[in-house]
Unconditional design. Structure first.
Length: 627
């Protein structure tokens, strides 16, 4: 499937070849049986469809006194009329049976392709997802899935039956009226199809422009709504509306052109069809006047041409839908062609016997070749020990955690867990062994219980509650009206930053991994709350290999070793006291943060005094009851 068609070439056959394994799945004999039954039903339906005009012609002959060469019980006009309508009902019945039988097959194909795309998106690298536009991506998938359904349904269920019907009709007209009639009908069909293809190809460009403007408008709308608070902070509602309106104006223009061009297409098709029918009926009328045909033949050619007009009208719609379906799924196919940057090696084994030792060996890494991030990093985190990585912003601290998770592969050196290079084992096993409390916690738009249980989906309710207690958020949750069933909103925005961080900590506690990464785990907490939760983190870290990435140095004083990064290199390493005694970069960072923390403490104390009604005058303080 990853060798999918480039839809710009309009290769419908190639697309069908790629879709066929989903329509004829090797592991689903029940679906194969449905496909065969659907094909059988459509063949019967087409034969009955061609037969029905004959009953109409025979009924006409019977009404004019001419007796057709038929069984006696069918000669009566009423019986022929009943037979004509019965044939029409049977035709519709078999067509509907065909649709009903194929419904599960088509929806199975849609489901499998949607899953394939969804899985592929999760296999793409973090680099891709950092550059994506969520709103546009969701619209691409939505249109792609609908396009796949259109192609499967219209090509298999309607395209092949229409070709079969044309073949049967041509044979009947040749047999009944002669070769010249077939030539007229063939010219009519060829002109109709040529005109339809030309107009539809012209309209595809308009459709593509409409899709692009729709994707752009949706991307801007989603982006603006996700950043609702930022829009409000700067009072830029008008600007956001104008940006959205620019995209919608493009969509309006393209959509108008689409409907206008459709009107011209329909008019041209009607003219071509009308000319062909007029020629055939004029020939038949002359033959009736000359005594070469009877009234029934005149009615028959009209009925046959009317019967042909239905699939002809549909063939235009069919081609249009297939081409538009290809236009809709071309971006989805392009998405499937995006290579996964990080892949497991063929036959890669899971990470084995995880004790938790982490080793970075001369690790070098860059996002852009002109801007190296890590420049030969060497360090070890022994199993069950804790190592903290600190340093100024942009030093490469968070990059280390991403390399350990294998969101990216190193450009030099190696990252090992228990002596196993993470590039040589499965990504799933590596990530299963590591728990993460990220700097920026984003929650699913679901309940608190769901977000905590995400760390171990099979966990019991009591396990979830115990994790919440260890993260010191259990009492807060219990006091909510719906408790653990409280919805957290889009990206968890109904919770404060500290509450979201505690949910993330509870989620990681529940996962209970041998390796723990705390990436600015208390960054969203004030000093007082940080001290409360730090004890829980210390408890969770016991007997686990812990890598702490921190900006606030007070959270790492108990680490077995502290590594100070500066500009992608290790500037210092040692324990907290050793680094302070050295008086280098760490010591200066510690001094600055202590000053900031003391200032924050003084401010908090002053606010508490104000709340109690303490007023300071010179060197004395009088207690005044707070109102």
């Amino acid at each position: 499937m990853r060798k999918a068609v480039n839809a710009d070439e309009g290769s419908t056959l190639t697309t069908l070849a790629n879709l066929w394994p989903f329509i004829w799945p090797s592991d689903r004999p029940d679906l194969k049986k449905r496909v065969l039954l659907a094909i059988f039903a459509l063949i019967i339906a087409k034969f009955v469809t061609v037969l029905s005009p004959y009953f109409f012609a025979w009924a006409t002959d019977a009404l004019t006194g001419e007796v057709a060469d038929l069984p006696a019980f069918l000669v009566a006009p009423v019986m022929l009329v009943l037979a004509y309508n019965a044939a029409r009902i049977l035709s519709v019945a078999f067509n509907q049976l065909r649709d009903a039988l194929f419904a599960r097959v088509g929806q199975h194909a849609v489901r499998e392709l949607a899953i394939l795309t969804f899985r592929h998106l999760h296999q793409l690298s973090l680099r891709y997802h950092l550059a994506r536009r969520t709103g546009g991506l969701s619209r691409v998938i939505e249109r792609g899935v609908k396009g796949i359904e259109s192609i499967v349904r219209f090509t298999i269920l309607n395209g092949l039956p229409t070709i079969l019907e044309f073949a049967i009709m041509a044979a009947v007209i040749w047999y009944q009226f002669g070769f010249f009639y077939v030539v007229v009908v063939a010219v009519m069909i060829a002109g109709y199809v040529w005109f339809t293809i030309k107009c539809t190809n012209w309209r595809i460009g308009i459709r593509r422009e409409m899709n692009e403007s729709d994707t752009e408008a949706n991307s801007k709308a989603i982006d603006s709504l996700l950043n609702f608070e930022t829009v409000k902070y700067f009072g830029n509602e008008k600007m956001e509306t104008e940006r959205f309106d620019v995209s919608m104006a493009r969509y309006e223009s393209a959509a108008t052109k689409t409907w206008t061009s459709l009107a011209w297409l329909n008019l041209g098709q009607t003219v071509i069809l009308g000319i062909g029918m007029a020629v055939c009926m004029a020939l038949s009328a002359q033959a009736v006047l000359a005594g070469e045909q009877n009234i029934g033949d005149f009615v028959l050619i009209n009925a046959l041409l009317m019967q042909i007009s239905i699939p002809l009208n549909f063939i235009g719609f069919l081609y249009r839908e297939i081409r538009q379906g290809l236009a809709d799924i071309e971006t989805m196919f392009d998405l499937l062609l995006v290579p996964a940057e990080i892949k497991d090696l063929p036959g890669a084994a899971p990470l084995s016997a995880v004790a938790g030792q982490i080793v970075f060996k001369d690790v070098r890494f860059h996002y852009d070749e002109d801007r190296p991030i890590l420049k030969g990093i060497d360090f070890e985190v022994p199993a069950g020990k804790s190592v903290a990585i600190v340093g100024p912003s942009g030093a490469g601290k968070s990059t280390i955690s991403r390399l350990l998770f294998r969101f990216y592969d190193v450009t030099g050196g190696a990252v090992e867990i228990d002596g196993q290079d993470v590039r040589n084992v499965t990504q799933e096993s590596v990530r299963h062994a590591i728990g993460m409390v990220p700097q920026d916690t984003v929650l699913f738009n679901d309940t608190i219980a769901y977000n905590i249980r995400y760390g171990r989906p099979g966990a019991s309710e009591e396990d979830v509650r115990e994790a919440a207690r260890m993260a010191q958020i259990h009492d807060f949750i219990e006091n909510l009206p719906k408790g653990f069933d409280t919805e957290v909103g889009e990206r968890g925005l109904k919770l404060s930053g500290g509450e979201k961080q505690r949910v993330a900590i509870a989620r990681t506690i529940l996962k209970s991994p041998p390796i723990l990464i705390l990436d600015e785990a208390t960054s969203a907490l004030d000093t007082h709350t940080e001290r409360e939760i730090q004890s829980a983190l210390d408890q969770v870290s016991k007997n686990r290999t812990t890598l702490v990435i921190a900006h606030r140095l007070s959270t790492v004083v108990n680490a077995d070793q502290i590594i100070v990064l500066e500009a992608g290199e290790i500037a210092e390493r040692g324990t907290h006291m050793e680094l302070l005694d050295r008086g280098g970069l760490y010591a200066s960072m510690w001094a600055r943060q202590r000053e900031a923390d003391e200032a924050e403490e003084r401010l908090r104390a002053a606010r508490e005094h104000d709340d109690l009604g303490v007023v300071t005058r010179g060197k004395t303080a009088d207690y005044i009851p707070a109102k």
